[in-house]
Design a protein around this ligand. Structure first.
Ligand SMILES: Cc1cc2nc3c(=O)[nH]c(=O)nc-3n(C[C@H](O)[C@H](O)[C@H](O)COP(=O)(O)OP(=O)(O)OC[C@H]3O[C@@H](n4cnc5c(N)ncnc54)[C@H](O)[C@@H]3O)c2cc1C
Length: 380
């Protein structure tokens, strides 16, 4: 039952969705439990996703992408979220890291990195957060100081998605530590560069198959040609991409809410107590009626936001509204649905238990929900 039909996709997107769904069923879901134990997904999964054209699909063909509109990337995000497959950091790689290189990179940087990223041979990460600063990005302490033809980099980063597996990181550093936000620049650092070390794979409450790491930079030297865009513009570049990045979180949240509601309907129709199904209890019906309503309302807002984003009209405030509201809702709906599973809902082998653990961080990363409200309130 979908009372408000989706209108943002065309027929070719539906065909693509079928292929992505098959890919998730064959190449992701069967391995996910093992990846959770290993704390990261396999290289093969990246290469297979690349071979299928699922990575960097919105990059132009000349840089190895499919030149497709962002709806194809959105389908991949939705299908992974629907499957509860939180391990692959594909969307961060394809729709956050690669677009920075496309938008601000030199021709040489684009040719060097983007085709390999589209194939899954080079895995990308972005390192903003530091042990001492997350929400307040102006407080970044990592420095990249000009020294001859090079930058000399010192500092550390934490909570970096794809950190352990990444071959390339966009590093947020101060090239002029005295200039605050205006002294912030983005620098491309390759794994294997002397002095660049990866720390622990961090143990987390959820997202067990997603690699999240510390990164250390001790007297790392990179040529000045590794600067992304212009010096001192890093903060502005980061701000410009945020609406799309936050919308991606909302897209995952809503797809996950829809899946959770479906799982719960199926379960409660099967499970019996007191001579009837769990669904037969009025409490269950009302809880699921509420959850379904919330899913439809959230979906309508997010699809409209996607529509605006595709037209280049999604502003920071609307994107922030979607991010906090859908992720808060995701946590609420999962909690209510988990209750209807009884003890089984608490068992890791049940997707609802994983969804519960995975969803918590949605309110924290990509800008905390408090920061979202701050952004919205500035325009009131
Ligand atoms: C699984 C995971 C993956 C991540 N991936 C990445 C990644 O790939 N790259 C990356 O750079 N970072 C990543 N992060 C970091 C994430 O973006 C930060 O954790 C987040 O921005 C919050 O920063 P913080 O942890 O330093 O919290 P803090 O900034 O210390 O915030 C602590 C609390 O204070 C509140 N607070 C802070 N400022 C305000 C304010 N002005 N008004 C009201 N309340 C406020 C916050 O909302 C929060 O509740 C990831 C984090 C996690 C957990």
């Amino acid at each position: 039952m979908n009372s408000i039909p989706r209108t943002i996709f065309e027929e070719e997107h539906d065909i693509f969705r079928d292929a992505v769904r098959r890919f998730c069923e064959e190449e992701i879901i069967p391995y996910h439990a093992q990846w959770e134990k290993e704390g990261q997904i396999s290289r093969e999964a990246w290469l297979k996703a690349g071979a299928m054209g699922f990575l960097c699909s919105s990059m132009p063909e000349e840089y190895g992408g499919a030149g497709a509109d962002r709806r194809y990337s959105i389908i991949l995000m939705e299908e992974l979220a629907r499957a509860g497959a939180s391990g692959p950091g594909f969307s961060l790689h394809s729709e956050i890291v690669a677009p920075y290189i496309l938008r601000y990179g030199s021709e040489e940087q684009k040719r060097k990195y983007l085709p390999k990223m589209a194939k899954g041979e080079t895995i990308g990460a972005i390192a903003m957060t530091e042990p001492g600063t997350g929400s307040d990005l102006q407080g970044v302490k990592t420095t990249a100081i000009k020294d001859g033809n090079e930058y000399l980099i010192n500092g550390s980063k934490t909570f970096i998605t794809n950190g352990q597996m990444s071959d390339l990181v966009i590093l947020v550093a101060k090239t002029d530590p005295s200039a605050g936000a205006k002294g912030t620049s983005l620098i491309l650092v390759e794994t294997g560069t002397d002095g660049y070390r990866k720390g622990k794979k961090l143990e987390k409450l959820g997202l067990k198959a997603q690699d999240t790491s510390e990164l250390f930079f001790d007297d790392v030297r990179v040529p000045q040609t590794q600067l992304l865009g212009e010096e001192g513009q890093g903060f502005i570049y980061l701000m410009q991409e945020l609406a799309w990045e936050r919308l991606q979180v909302s897209i995952g949240a809503v797809a996950n809410i829809e899946a959770v509601v479906d799982w719960t309907i199926d379960y409660t129709k099967e499970r019996k107590a007191f001579g009837q199904t769990i669904m037969d209890f009025q409490n269950t019906k009302f809880k699921l009626a509420e959850a379904k309503t919330q899913a439809v309302v959230a979906r309508t807002f997010v699809d409209k936001s996607i529509d605006l984003m595709l037209k280049g009209e999604l502003d920071a405030e609307t994107s922030a509204m979607g991010k906090w509201w859908t992720t808060d809702l995701q946590n609420k709906v999962i909690d209510e649905c988990l209750q209807l599973f009884g003890g089984y809902g608490y068992m890791w082998e049940y997707p609802i238990a994983r969804a519960y653990a995975d969803a918590r961080v949605q309110r924290i990363y990509a800008g905390t929900n408090e920061i979202m409200k701050d952004i919205i309130s500035r325009k009131l």
